[in-house]
Design a protein around this ligand. Structure first.
Ligand SMILES: [Zn+2]
Length: 273
């Protein structure tokens, strides 16, 4: 039900943007296409629309390069301005869930917002930025970037499914990734308690799990609670570096339910409230 509502919202935003009455009967399905397919659909120099899932804002880009993901540039200065507004006026590497719209395709994707490298268009954007699709990899690694993957799942409405079947370590990685990307949906959906996340996440400039003690997930099939020893390195606004050495506690109501992080415990021990 939630997914359908989300898709409808996106369609409404697009149609409103085009000045079309939102009550029209047009419906699009958001697809989570693999990079190999996207690479064919959006060859170099293709122009397409980027729709930001959280804000509903959209702008146009052109693919200029990239072999394992798309290296793109905003089409005009106006597009750069919209993109910068999406990033609250400050370029950053933070990933955001987006939908790439091209012809009849609505494709789940993830972008970051840091201009880097070369640029060619007259767009007031110093370089290019990257858009990842399912199966994309970064310039440096052979595997999908976890935060990009979570954003792609979020954009496609599949984040719930992923978190419902994830093992405790995948949940912890997603939970901390939500802090790093300042994404209340990702951290919130991995959390046992409902918390007002925005004011907490706003303070997180960076975070990294530098150590996590893991048991084989197949040894945990009957467990319903678990304490995972971790070392988490934070960079917090106005506070600087901060290290957490302790355990992240997870619970589930039965062996078939989803693991969730005990956030009250975690948030208190990390002095977020
Ligand atoms: Zn790139």
């Amino acid at each position: 039900m939630k997914k359908i509502a989300f898709m409808f919202v996106c369609i409404q935003i697009l149609l409103n943007g085009l000045g079309v009455n939102a009550a029209s009967n047009i419906s699009y399905k958001i697809e989570m296409l693999n990079w190999n397919e996207v690479n064919e659909l959006l060859p170099k120099y293709t122009k397409f629309t980027v729709l930001d899932v959280e804000t509903g804002k959209q702008f146009k880009v052109q693919r200029r390069a990239g072999s394992h993901h798309a290296d793109v540039q905003p089409l005009t200065s106006k597009d750069t301005k919209i993109m910068k507004r999406i990033y609250s006026g400050k370029w950053s590497w933070k990933r955001r869930a987006i939908v790439v719209i091209h012809n009849n395709h609505w494709i789940a994707a993830s972008m970051h917002g840091m201009p880097h490298g070369g640029g060619a268009l007259q767009n007031n954007f110093p370089g290019h930025f990257c858009i990842h699709f399912f199966g994309s990899t970064t310039h440096r690694t052979n595997s999908m970037d976890l935060s990009h993957m979570l954003m792609i799942l979020k954009a496609s409405g599949k984040l719930d499914d992923y978190l419902n079947q994830a093992n405790p370590y995948e949940i912890i990685n997603a939970y901390i990734s939500g802090f790093k990307q300042q994404d209340a949906a990702i951290t919130g959906q991995s959390s046992l308690q409902k918390i007002t996340w925005k004011p907490i996440l706003k303070k997180v400039e960076n975070v990294k799990i530098s150590r996590m003690e893991q048991l084989p997930p197949e040894d945990l099939t009957e467990e319903i609670s678990l304490a995972v020893p971790v070392v988490v390195d934070w960079y917090i606004e106005d506070r600087g570096r901060q290290t957490f050495r302790g355990a992240i506690h997870l619970v589930r109501f039965s062996p078939v339910d989803a693991w969730k992080v005990d956030s009250l415990d975690f948030v208190r021990k990390n002095n977020f409230r």
